[in-house]
Design a protein around this ligand. Sequence first.
Ligand SMILES: [Zn+2]
Length: 153
Amino acid sequence: MTLRPVEVRGHLALEEHWDLRHRHALGRAGEAFARGVERGAIVAARCAGCRRVLLPPRVFCERCFCDTELFDFESREGELLSFTVVRMPFAGSPPTPFGIAYARLDGSDTALGALVEIDPDQADGGLAIGTRVELAILDSGFGMERLRYRPVR
Ligand SMILES: [Zn+2]
């Protein structure tokens, strides 16, 4: 590692380069979710205690700490709860502009994050909180990369 002094907007900063490989263990529920997407399914979890449907799936319910049961979730439509439109690219980002959203699919008790299709000519991407969206599974990518919310017109 070598620190290099650089000027950033009139201020001195130290710049360094990290060449870092990162591996993220998916865990039992995350692996089931990723493998589900590969076969065109959305895997959710149902809490054995409170019966909430958790999407993305978790191995236990964070409310009552009961174990969950994984299952193929049928609904593909839901409501947009939160979103942002990204216009400045960063290392590894999709081409800009792109949208990221959290939506709660009908029948789920939690929100699932995924990229969302936007209208690039509108500041808000043509989206609003409460917009009905469908969740599509694309043909390319892996796991979460393959998920895309699309506004229901
Ligand atoms: Zn629970």
